[in-house]
Write a protein that binds this ligand. Sequence first.
Ligand SMILES: [Zn+2]
Length: 165
Amino acid sequence: MLPQNPTSPQATPRLIVDAMLGRLAKWLRLAGYDTRYWRDGSDTDLIAAAQAEERLIITRDRQLAGRRGVRAVLVMAETLDEQIAEVRGQLSGNPQPFSRCPECNEPLESLSHSEARELVPPYVWHTQSEFHRCPGCGRVYWKGTHWPAVQARLETPTPLSPAAE
Ligand SMILES: [Zn+2]
């Protein structure tokens, strides 16, 4: 059994996600968690980075998660939906969804409707009122067609099916 709550009750933990879980890392950023994605490098370096930056490790590597002194959530689920539910069920805090760039983890900045005019397609500009920009990569985000699906996925924890082992 995994510990039910490896983090303190109120704080929203900062995360470091290991290389096998890239899609999950993007979703955790969408959910609002400060999430570093560990693309390459040794386990030793990953652990050192996690400790230096006080990040909780999210991994599928049982050995890594079981090392002495390592704070980690071991991901057992196979599908992305189940992984999201599994990890969120073990994280404390109440992060603000859609507050971070899913690509580079930077906190998003608000963009006024007039500022967005040159940056988004005309149809989008005419139909949307709220825009955000990533100061890191410059991507502009709005509550477009993906929004309802994203929100549903983030807000409704998918119950883990007993059959999906
Ligand atoms: Zn970005």
